[in-house]
Structure formats: structure tokens, C-alpha cells
Design a protein around this ligand. Structure first.
Ligand code: GRF
Length: 187
């Protein structure tokens, strides 16, 4: 199998990044993580990439030309898939068009429910019976691209935000790799 070169965009802890890196070391996993892009040089995810000698770049999202520069770097690495994993910046239409290849994201709710931030508190506030996570393609609208897969669990009355987060993230570590395998199943 010829693996595709992939890049993971992060802003925070990077637990999904670690999991994807681990999975990508498997012989049959369809991607190799060649690059990490972060907008926070002090984040745990960035520190992890640094310590493990994974090429990473820090982007200055305030710079007007950062997207053009970033697209050039992605071309240099021959990246054909971007996985957003807790990247807290909006992907602009200009970047989507300029990059022109697949971009996917993982979101901690059963989309289309609860797009955007503060997912866990919204799930509790609306007394949902179930929640989970969704892997989807990224388009110009927030958390709205075509869904690749969802995974769910049922919510008990005793669950608080911390429990929801922990259960959702455990499911994410299964869902994100599974979605990537599904994307490349017939290629
Ligand atoms: C994940 O829960 C993901 O759903 C959301 O951001 C979180 C990132 O967590 N988009 P981590 O940085 O991978 O630990």
C-alpha cells in the first residue's frame, strides 16, 4: 500500500494527534503523518511533535500571507490530506480553494447538532439522550461539511461535562482513524 502524506493541524493538547501518529505507524494504515501545523508554540501538542522529532511549523494566523506560505509548505511535503484535530482557527475559503485537497475535522458532538464551541455544556443543557463525535469534510461553513462517520454513546443522568468529555474523546480515538480508513478503502 502506498500511504498518503498527511498533516495534522492542532492548537491544544494534541491527544488526537498522538493517536493518529500511533495508528499511522501501522503497516496497513492509509496515511503517514509528515507534518504538524500549530498556531501555538507552547501547546502540549506542539511540544509532543518537537520531542518526537516530527516536523512541525508554527503559523502566525495574524499575518496576511500566512495562508499562501502554508500552502507552499504543504506542497513541499506533498500533503494530500489535512486532519484538523482541535485546531481553533477557521479555515478560510481562500485556503480551501488554494490547497484544493482533502481536509477533514473531528467534532465532539453528533453533527449537525451542536456546531461550534462549548459542545458538552450544550449537550447537557438540551438534555440530550445520546452524544458522541463526528468526522466530516471541511467546507467554508463551520462544522458543516459532508459527514464521513459518527460514533455515539448514551448519556446517563449522572454525567457531567467532565464525564462527557472523557467518553467523547475515547470515542474520537476510535472514530478518527476509522474515518480515514473508510476514506481510502477503495483507493
Ligand atoms: C477534540 O475533542 C476534538 O473533537 C475537538 O478538539 C478536541 C481536541 O483535543 N475539535 P486534542 O487536542 O486532540 O486532545
Amino acid at each position: 500500500m502506498v500511504k498518503k502524506n498527511a498533516c495534522v493541524f492542532i492548537s491544544g493538547k494534541g491527544t488526537n494527534l498522538r493517536n493518529l501518529i500511533k495508528r499511522s505507524r501501522e503497516y496497513n494504515f492509509p496515511i503517514n503523518i509528515k507534518l504538524v501545523v500549530s498556531n501555538d508554540k507552547n501547546s502540549l501538542g506542539t511540544i509532543f511533535a518537537k520531542k518526537n522529532s516530527i516536523p512541525y511549523i508554527i503559523v502566525n494566523t495574524n499575518s496576511r500571507i500566512f495562508e499562501t506560505k502554508l500552502i507552499n509548505v504543504l506542497r513541499d511535503y506533498n500533503i494530500s490530506l489535512i486532519c484538523l484535530a482541535g485546531y481553533m482557527k477557521i479555515i478560510s475559503k481562500k485556503f480551501l480553494l488554494g490547497y484544493g485537497k482533502k481536509i477533514i475535522n473531528i467534532h465532539p458532538s453528533l453533527l449537525p447538532k451542536f456546531k461550534g464551541l462549548n459542545t458538552y455544556s450544550k449537550v447537557l443543557k438540551f438534555k440530550e439522550k445520546k452524544t458522541g463525535c463526528t468526522v466530516h469534510y471541511v467546507n467554508e461553513k463551520l462544522d458543516s461539511g459532508q459527514i464521513i462517520l459518527k460514533k455515539k454513546f448514551f448519556i446517563k443522568e449522572s454525567y457531567n461535562e467532565n464525564i462527557l468529555k472523557s467518553k467523547t474523546q475515547k470515542l474520537e480515538y476510535i472514530a478518527y482513524p476509522e474515518a480515514i480508513i473508510k476514506m481510502y478503502r477503495n483507493s
